[in-house]
Structures are given as C-alpha cells and as structure tokens.
Design a protein around this ligand. Structure first.
Ligand code: GAL
Length: 424
C-alpha cells in the first residue's frame, strides 16, 4: 500500500518543485523591482508612472510600493519596519543625509558598475554626485532637482483683489489684507509639520538670508539658532497665520494647491511639485497660474533632490533590474518626461530644456546663478540639510510654536538650540 502511495506523492512533489523552479526562473528573468515612494498626488502619480512604464518596457516587473503622505514621513516609517524585518524593497526614495544613515547600516547595494558605464561622475554636478555616494560608492541615483522656495498664484484672484504678485514679505502681508477683503483665502496651507517647516524655512530665508539660513539650519550653530535673527524669523513665520484659513489643520498639500487652482485661495508657498498639480489639471504656467520665488527669496534657492537608493539584494535578476532602473533614471527620456510631470528640473544639466515651461527655465537659471553667489542652500524641511532625528526635533518645535497660543518666539528659539544638540 505504501509502495503504491508514494510514487504519486513524489510525482506531485517533483511536479511542484518543477513548477516552482519554472516560476522562479520566469520571475528571475522578468527581474522584479519593488519601489517605495510617496508620489501619490495627481501630478506625482503621473510622474512615477513614467518610470514604471520604462521599466516594463525593458521587460521588468514593477511592484508599486506607494505610501501616501506628503514629505514622506509615513513612507519612511513603513520603510524602517520593512527593513527591520529583513525584507526591504529593492529601491526606495531616500534623500540627502538619510542616504548616509542607510549606508552606515550596511543595507545599501552599490551602483558602481552602471555609474561607471554611464559616466555619472562626469555627467552629474559634484554636489549631486556626492550626495548619492556612501563610502565613495554610488548607492543612489538622483531623479531631479526640486526648488522649495516658490510662490504659486492664481492671477484671476489677484486681479479680483486688485493686487500684484508680492515680491517681499511686506507686500505679501499687504496683499493678504486686500485678498481677504475681496473674499478669498490669501495663502492656501496645510497644517502638517512638514508643510509648516516648508513655510518656516522659506520665511527664515527671506528675513535672514542664505548665509544665516546655512549657519542655523545646516551647520546648527547654537548662536544662530537661539539668536535675534531666529527670533525675528519665528515671529514673522507666526504672522503668516493671518494669511491662512481655519480649515488648514491636517490638510494635504495638494488639496491646498487645488484651492489655488479652483480660485478659493490666491497663493501657496510650496516646492515645485505643486506645479505637477497645475500641469495635471491641464493649466499653463504664466497664463492660468503664476510662479515666482517666494517673497523676499529671489536671490536664494532651497534645493530638494529626489533620489532612489537601492537595497542590497542577493538574487542576480533583482540586481540586474536595479541596475536597469538606475540607468533609466538618468537617461534623457526619463529625465525629460518625469520632470515635465513632476514640476522639477532634470538632475542632469545637459538635458534639452525646450519643452519645459518658464517656471522650470527660471528654476534652472536660479540654480546655476545661486550656486555661484552662495544663495544655493539645502532644504531642511525636505531632508537635505540635517539628519532625520534633528529634522524631526526641529519640525516639532516649528509646529508646536506655530499652533501654540502661549509660546513666544524667544522660547521657540531657545528650544531650537537644544534640538540641535540631538546632533552632537
Ligand atoms: C518632497 C519630495 C517631493 C514631493 C513632496 C510632496 O519631500 O521630495 O518629491 O513628493 O515631498 O510629497
């Protein structure tokens, strides 16, 4: 009886093994990449789709690992738990100093083969290339350059209120009054820590300038963090509430953008991923909507470089898919199509910009100009300036101060100096 039973069982097992192996081989050939990102708004999703389609065009499988939440805080939390359970995705949107933190954990794989073949060192600006390397090896590939210090505006609302696009903070507050009187929200905002921090760093840039910004938010100089200029920046930042509406608490950034698009609000201070929303709505820069450097910051550029870091993988096919992904990201086809949808400018300076609108042209000019004048600074709010723990501590202070009725700018500045000590 036993003898009769075993052969079919064995056959079944062998068959199972054969099927599993065949499937395994099929998957290996297809080379799957699972990519974690937080590009879920209308404009962002269109941009992410460019990469998905290019990967699929090369025969690879794209596993979308999108975690909603502007600024990526939730995505980073999810990534940490996946990594801790020993199962990270193949690639993830990891930026700035955080690339080093993941590199130090020994979790990132290197992209040196593709970087060498494609001559990334010669192709990328040094400031960009350096950020992508850990211990001298490429572990990430840059997708774009976002400018954070932008003002977006609806020209019809400005006209209805009889005001021009403000170029200084004084003009902004004055225009705000007129816009409010005309029945509109002057400044669309979403009350989330990263959005508060986006407005805060932009105001600080306006009131104190790029050198001070660098001392305070990049070098974490305690004298700058606790000093007069910081106190003034905080006080001005708090005044921005005058321009915002009661419904801002918890609002997503793209909902705030849609208030400008729909004509409920006049303006928004936000990085140029906001342009992706205007573009997705079929609107034209300079006609249907306006872009300008955030008031008082025309001589500065807060940069935010999106990048995809690759996790160390063992399967050859997955590794190959990672290398393909990295290669595609820096090819002109992707750089152009993705950045047209995303609102950013290409990470490669040699891309033909003729298809890009006036906001992108201005961004590129200002990037190059501020790199020479010292006005080019990394965005603290977008993870370019300081490590994640310090950034988190600054976010807490900024948001608490913005929402508290009883915290003075002096108190908040004092707390800033202790936040920086997390870093020491
Ligand atoms: C930034 C990110 C952008 C955009 C934005 C809103 O931090 O660099 O690509 O996604 O958040 O989520």
């Amino acid at each position: 009886m036993h003898a009769l039973k075993h052969p079919p069982l064995l056959r079944k097992t062998l068959l199972g093994l054969a099927v599993a192996t065949a499937l395994g081989a099929a998957q290996a050939q297809a080379g799957e990449v699972e990519v974690l990102h937080w590009w879920t708004s209308g404009g962002e999703a269109r941009a992410a789709n460019v990469l998905k389609e290019l990967m699929e065009g090369e025969g690879h499988d794209w596993q979308d690992f999108a975690v909603a939440g502007g600024g990526g805080e939730t995505a980073m939390t999810v990534l940490k738990s996946r990594a801790m359970s020993g199962n990270p995705p193949s690639a993830a949107q990891i930026k700035g100093p955080e690339i080093q933190e993941w590199g130090e954990l020994g979790l990132l794989g290197d992209l040196d083969a593709v970087a060498e073949a494609e001559q990334w060192d010669a192709m990328l600006p040094e400031i960009v290339a350096d950020m992508m390397k850990h211990d001298g090896q490429y572990v990430a590939v840059p997708v774009n350059v976002h400018r954070v210090n932008w003002l977006w505006a609806n020209p019809e609302v400005l006209d209805a209120a009889g005001v021009a696009l403000p170029t200084t903070l004084d003009e902004l507050f004055a225009a705000g009054e007129a816009i409010r009187d005309a029945g509109y929200v002057p400044l669309a905002h979403g009350g989330q820590p990263w959005q508060d921090a986006t407005v805060f760093e932009t105001v600080l840039l306006a009131t104190a300038g790029a050198d001070f910004y660098r001392r305070a938010l990049v070098e974490l100089d305690p004298e700058a963090l606790g000093g007069e200029e910081m106190i003034e920046a905080l006080a001005t930042f708090k005044r921005m509430r005058e321009l915002m509406d009661d419904g801002m608490s918890g609002r997503d950034w793209n909902i705030a953008t849609s208030m400008v698009i729909g004509g409920d609000a006049a303006m928004q201070i936000m990085g140029d991923w906001a342009k992706g929303e205007f573009t997705a709505a079929g609107l034209t820069a300079g006609e249907d909507y306006l872009c300008a450097p955030a008031p008082g910051t025309a001589e500065a550029f807060t940069f935010n470089i999106d990048s995809l870091a690759m996790f160390r993988v063992t399967e050859e096919a997955e590794r190959e898919a990672q290398q393909t992904l990295a290669r595609l990201v820096l090819e002109p086809t992707f750089q152009e199509a993705f950045n047209l949808a995303k609102g950013s400018i290409p990470a490669r300076p040699d891309i033909d910009m003729s298809e890009f609108d006036q906001c992108a042209q201005r961004s590129l000019e200002d990037f190059q100009h501020t790199a020479e004048t010292g006005g080019l600074v990394p965005s603290m709010a977008h993870g370019m300036a300081v490590r994640a723990d310090v950034q988190g501590a600054i976010f807490d202070i900024v948001t608490n101060f913005f929402n508290a009725s009883d915290m003075t700018p002096e108190d908040a500045a004092k707390r800033m100096t202790s936040a920086a000590q997390v870093a020491m």
